[in-house]
Design a protein around this ligand. Structure first.
Ligand SMILES: *Cc1c(COP(=O)(O)O)cnc(C)c1O
Length: 385
């Protein structure tokens, strides 16, 4: 008899946790006959609002939609400039350009990967209308610094909190305070609705405008007919998705706690020669503050004779998925059109070259983390110059 090697399942870098209760809930919604936006959307918005200390929450089909509508709600349009980080996902600069404004990039910190506020202040001009920072991988930006600058210069803030639901700053949840805050429920995020997103707001008139912008600009008249006074799009979330969101939100604290434990195990067990640059821990005393959507390391490529592409392939061959988060935003073809070039933002460019996202999702085991750590160590040792 020959010994069979056990089949080790492929470990993707992200995977949602969908339980049987959720599946049953979705079936119930499908059978109810009301599958577009309806009672579950209202319940989900109520639950999101409660989770964020009563701030109004409105759901849409993605965080990208939430960012676009947030810019419109904030009155950002042609001629305006919006300051944003060169290291984040494409959605932020795309939506800034889409509403007719100019993305003004600033560099990020190499370790936190969050926007560099010294450069933010230096980039403000009379055309600046808003700052759009990302809480990278779930680590909050310095919220005191952010809102101090916004107040000093009279700027709106649109937080890209796609990766940061459940993160905290000085004990308060991200989204529970501040200006406009966008959340994502994409399957790779800390909770999912398949696709989906939300915006947290404060001002009742802005909530009404947001509702119009997400659904055809429609207002209902007393005589039962409808009017349109703004060219709204169609971004309403279906009830099926909202039902998934309700179940996911109920488990979010559990999911984030699991993520924190797994991230801690990476810090404890990821030992490589040559060394990787590890991400920032949560801020001192704020271990609960980081939602750990991703664990992104910088590969020591200058001391290796493989490329990142080859590293990713070697990990894939060991049954482990690796992501890239993210490319440098100022170097997309779209943003080069505004005159941005290589060398403008060295930290973002270095992160874009060297970053690798290791698997991290709530259903992973401690053994899975150890397996990733061992595989990374082996691949890097084998490629050392
Ligand atoms: C995922 C993500 C988005 C986009 O979210 P969608 O819901 O897919 O539109 C925006 N910003 C950041 C930082 C993200 O990680």
């Amino acid at each position: 008899m020959t010994a069979r090697t056990p089949v080790v399942p492929y470990l993707p870098f992200a995977r949602p946790s969908i339980d049987e209760e959720t599946i049953a809930g979705v079936v119930e919604v499908l059978r109810s006959g009301w599958i577009a936006s309806g009672p579950n959307v209202l319940k989900f918005e109520q639950a999101l609002s409660e989770y964020h200390e009563g701030r109004p929450a409105r759901v849409v089909t993605s965080a990208t939609a939430a960012l676009e509508l947030a810019l419109q709600v904030a009155g950002v349009g042609p001629g305006a400039e919006v300051i944003t980080s060169a290291m984040s996902f494409f959605a932020a600069p795309n939506m800034i350009v889409k509403v007719g404004a100019k993305p003004v990039f600033v560099d990020c910190d190499l370790i936190t990967r969050n926007i560099d506020f010294d450069q933010v202040e230096a980039s403000i001009t009379p055309r600046t209308r808003a700052i759009m920072p990302t809480h990278f991988a779930g680590l909050p930006v310095d919220m005191e610094r952010l809102y101090a600058i916004a107040h000093k210069y009279g700027l709106r803030v649109i937080e890209d909190a796609a990766l940061a639901i459940g993160s905290r700053w000085r004990g308060q949840r991200i989204g529970a305070f501040g200006d406009l805050v966008a959340l994502s429920f994409h399957p790779n995020k800390n909770m999912t609705t398949i696709e989906g997103g939300a915006l947290l707001m404060s001002d009742a008139a802005e909530v009404r405008l947001f509702e119009k912008l997400r659904f055809h600009g429609i207002v209902r008249l007393p005589d039962g007919t409808r009017d349109v006074d703004v060219a709204g799009g169609k971004f309403n979330l279906p009830d099926v998705n909202a039902r998934i969101g309700l179940a996911q939100l109920a488990r979010l604290e559990e999911f984030n706690a699991a993520r924190r434990v797994l991230a801690g195990r990476y810090f404890a067990n990821l030992r490589t020669d040559p060394q990787c640059v590890l991400p920032a821990h949560a801020y001192a005393g704020e271990e609960e503050g980081h939602s750990w959507n991703m664990f992104c390391v910088l590969l020591p490529l200058e001391r290796l004779d493989i490329t990142r592409r080859q590293f990713i392939e070697a990990m894939h061959a060991r049954g482990i998925g690796i992501g890239i988060s993210y490319e440098a935003l100022h170097l997309t073809t779209l943003c080069r059109g505004f005159g941005y070039r290589e060398g403008d933002y060295p930290n973002a460019e270095r992160i874009a070259r060297e970053t690798a996202t290791l698997p991290l999702f709530p259903a992973m085991s401690a053994g899975d983390v150890d397996r990733v750590c061992q595989a990374v160590a082996e691949v890097l040792a084998g490629a050392r110059r």
